[in-house]
Unconditional design. Structure first.
Lengths: 297, 267
């Protein structure tokens, strides 16, 4: 199957069941809300090394947030609800509570499961913290030097999908990067997804395992153009000079698929030779998101 | 079901049997036969009220109930809509449901309340949501919204929940308050928050502070937006400036824990 001149391989992205939370960060200005969001989502590219994956979902106007201030919606993914709770407490505590004027709210109000976050962070108030319960919502007011940090007592957690991906194969770095940038921009517009890697794009795609026992993952040699002549196996034809990957996590499988579909359409064109996806033969992940099926939907 | 007052009681009528929970499942005849206390005499409810309709979770009362006490006592669900004024002890010990009074209520609204909501469209008397004499803990949950004014000791001993007064409150608002929130959109009387341990008292007008309260700062408490928007949804008149404005924060009462706060709208 082709989109314009770009071949789309008949394969699937192997994705995993994860747990996720949506966090609404607000602040006095949209710049400070974004600053806090960028800090909170930093170093959260992969559960392999960061214990969670996190990214900015979208910016929110004042009329879309609980406290009627400008905000940013971010999503956090981890392997379990407990992991989500722990990572939220760490990242909100260090990157949001510390940021001037911010407040932090649960963005999954309909979730069946909740994890304690404000309930943990309240102890920073050293006995001066105060809770407020209004219409079923419990909020903590934690005194800080600038005023008060406001945070929901608990955050909703829901089942989610992590590890949707596209592999973009091009002739050279320049054309492949351009295609990936366009794809990432298109994918970010889909609600309920994040692209956790820097700029949404990852160059160091990995395979599970390594010849070194301590490493859970190592370079995806079959997709490294520089190893085409030496690796045990290559997936690259001779015209491929660069491969970039876009990883997408989403609150629903459908949103991950839609982001991948948008990404393929946006990336395809003269500069891109082939689009494929990473999988492990269907042996590890709970989801198989088939590229051709997405394009036919 | 609807209860219409046809004979006004000459002395206070204690009608604690009237409420959506206690009347649930009863027929018109059974409701009419229920016992009420007219002064020191036992009478049938039907001697004062005409009962019509079936209970479906909503109970309507009509007439001047200024001598009818204890309506909605212990109710745990459903709605009770009262078109007229009511006497005291409305919703005593209620744990759920909703009472709406399209009129005024006398003293002790929501005494020992644990949940649910009471909305008074007119004025209320003394001791709104107040602890009973001799007890330490007052209202433990729920909401009391008074669109008009109330008299003394609103929220005395409040432990949890929300009391909002659209107009003015009398003296000793939040007396011995333990926690929870009291909003007075108008003026408060003297000795606000006396003996309070924790909790918040918020007013949109200047107030005289007890000497055992200390001024902390003037700031913009973001959490107030949640409350003010909620009160606006409930029909209270909320000035937009209150949402984003600055408030003086006074801490007290220092004769107790000194962890309570009085927030006064500044500008």
């Amino acid at each position: 199957m082709h989109i314009q001149t770009t071949e789309v391989t008949d394969t699937f992205a192997e994705a995993f069941k994860m747990s996720a939370a949506r966090v609404i960060i607000t602040a006095e200005t949209d710049q400070w809300a974004m600053t806090a969001a960028q800090s909170a989502t930093g170093f959260a590219t992969s559960v392999i090394g960061c214990r969670c994956e996190m990214g900015i979902e979208t910016a929110l106007s004042a009329d879309e947030t609980p406290d009627q201030r400008p905000g940013v919606s971010v999503l956090l993914f981890a392997g379990s609800a407990k992991g989500v709770g722990n990572r939220l407490a760490e990242r909100i505590g260090q990157s949001v509570m510390t940021c001037p004027t911010t407040a932090c709210f649960n963005g999954l109000e309909g979730a069946q499961e909740h994890v304690a976050v404000g309930e943990k962070l309240r102890y920073f108030g050293d006995g001066y913290q105060a809770s407020k319960v209004l219409n079923g919502r419990k909020i903590w007011r934690i005194p800080v030097m600038e005023g008060e940090f406001l945070i929901d007592d608990a955050f909703g957690v829901q089942a989610a999908v992590g590890g949707g991906n596209l592999l973009l194969l091009g002739k050279d770095m320049s054309s492949t990067l351009s295609a990936a940038e366009v794809a990432a921009r298109a994918m970010r517009k889909v609600p309920g997804v994040i692209l956790p890697f820097p700029g949404g794009i990852v160059r160091s795609g990995s395979k599970p395992g390594s010849r070194y026992k301590a490493l859970p993952a190592s370079t995806n040699d079959a997709y490294c153009p520089t190893l085409r002549g030496s690796a045990a196996k290559t997936e690259l034809s001779e015209e491929i000079g660069c491969v970039l990957e876009i990883v997408v996590d989403g609150l629903e499988e459908a949103s991950v698929g839609e982001a991948m579909r948008q990404g393929m359409h946006a990336a395809a064109g003269e500069g891109l030779v082939q689009i494929t996806a990473g999988n492990y033969g269907g042996n590890l992940g709970q989801y198989q998101i088939k590229l051709h099926a997405l394009l036919q939907s | 079901m609807k209860l219409t007052l046809h004979t006004a009681p000459e002395v206070p009528l204690e009608a604690e049997v009237i409420g959506p929970t206690s009347l649930n499942g009863l027929t018109e005849a059974e409701v009419s036969a229920l016992t009420v206390h007219h002064g020191n005499r036992k009478e049938a409810l039907g001697e004062f009220f005409t009962v019509t309709g079936k209970m479906n979770g909503r109970l309507e009362l009509e007439g001047d109930l200024s001598f009818v006490k204890l309506l909605g006592k212990g109710m745990s669900g459903g709605q009770m809509i009262i078109d007229g004024n009511v006497s005291g002890h409305l919703g005593v010990g209620m744990s759920g449901g909703r009472i709406v009074v399209n009129g005024n209520a006398q003293d002790w609204v929501g005494e020992d309340m644990k949940g649910g909501s009471i909305i008074i469209k007119g004025n209320a008397g003394h001791m709104v949501g107040c602890v009973v004499r001799g007890a330490e803990v007052g209202m433990q949950g729920g909401e009391i919204i008074v669109h008009g004014n109330c008299k003394n000791e609103a929220g005395g001993g409040l432990r949890r929940g929300l009391i909002a007064i659209g107009g003015n409150s009398g003296d000793f608002t939040g007396l011995n308050m333990l926690a929870g929130s009291i909003f007075v959109l108008g003026e408060m009387g003297i000795r606000t928050g006396a003996g309070m341990k924790r909790g918040s008292i918020v007013s949109m007008k200047p107030a005289q502070m007890l000497p055992t309260f200390s001024y902390s700062c003037t700031y913009q408490p973001i959490f107030l937006r949640f409350y003010l928007n909620y009160l606006r949804e409930l029909g209270l008149v909320i000035d937009d400036a209150w949402l984003t404005g600055s408030y003086q924060r006074w801490c007290g009462d220092s004769i107790e824990l000194n962890k309570g706060e009085i927030l006064l709208y500044h500008s």
